[in-house]
Design a binder for this molecule. Sequence first.
Ligand SMILES: C[S@@+](CC[C@H](N)C(=O)[O-])C[C@H]1O[C@@H](n2cnc3c(N)ncnc32)[C@H](O)[C@@H]1O
Length: 385
Amino acid sequence: MRPAIIYKPIGTIHSPFKEPHDAPIQSACAGDSEGTIEIFPKYSEGLADLEGFSHIILLYHFHLSKKGVSLKVKPYLDDQLHGVFATRAPARPNAIGMSIVRLVKVEGSKLTIRDVDILDGTPLLDIKPYVPEFDLRNADKIGWFSGKTGKLPETRGDGRFYHRANVFDLLTDKYDAWYDSDEGRPLYESELRCLNPMVEDSPKPILEIGVGTGRFAMHFPDVIGIDPSLNALKMAEKRGIKTVHGDGEHLPFQDKTFGCILIIVTLCFVENPLGVLREAKRVLKKNGSMLLGIVPKDSPWGIFYEEKKKAGHPFSGSARFYTVKDIETMLHRAGLKISKIWSTLLQRPEGSRIIEEPVEGYARDAGFLCIEVKKKTEFQFSERT
Ligand SMILES: C[S@@+](CC[C@H](N)C(=O)[O-])C[C@H]1O[C@@H](n2cnc3c(N)ncnc32)[C@H](O)[C@@H]1O
């Protein structure tokens, strides 16, 4: 396994295109659309002399594109499959995008640009000046694009290369406010009390997969949090957490990096829970622990959230809850095994909320379990509690 390379964004691109549907697919046909770039203050000195250029090359991260896609894709301009490297498709092994845009003005650390074909909120990785003497070539072959580029002006994105929208990214404030609400606070406090001793006993450093706004991570030392929601990560950063944008199915870390991996109420929201567990196992150190926080599907709380899901609740609506048996099956397939369980939320969902102390072992009616998981090959416990 080669080491992962981690880039940090130098700014954020803003554009009229809030989602992939109907966005232009090339800057050359973006029809004069205007956008702005907000460069982060620590990089703004690097903008000196840029205004002397009429065009700039932007390199950016396709933050909403699907991960783990096939190496053969059907691009917008053709109905045949082509090797991904012979296309400009956003879903690619390294989700790097490139656009040549017109530079209208530079005001401090804000750039105004035109011919924008980039989605709003896209993290910018780099800017280079466009110099026709370097970049304009007299290309005599354009492969499968031959005869197809005429369709460019009327072709628009249809979302095929993108993740389905992440509700935590769309409703971040609402989600985060739950933790401070009368309804949420006692549940959050009870869950923290359940997790705390198990995190304390685990080797370090800690990775939280699906860190969200950092409500749990903020209580533990030196956590790196990964999440696909940039809006949630912004809040987590404000809470002092080191964050990485990405998903649990494709962790940008070397094998055996972390002593403890937290996956708290996240397995039920990921597209591929088995893929997440396999990746977590890969980056877990020898004798490390994974701590899963789950709401069992068949507990009174699981049933309560399933009802909310049917009623179209935005968060429960995008969850797929699992029983402990389902989790055990997934763990088995990933080469992992349960070593310990603590339970909390024995209160009924219909009653008034109280803060609870956790109980050791698997309590059938508990609405929240903290499950400690080890690699099967290192399993030292003969009995489950
Ligand atoms: C219910 S929140 C839990 C957040 C945090 N663990 C907590 O308990 O406060 C679920 C989180 O999973 C994240 N998520 C969704 N799909 C994911 C994926 N494939 N990999 C990692 N995280 C994901 C969401 O963006 C969201 O922040």
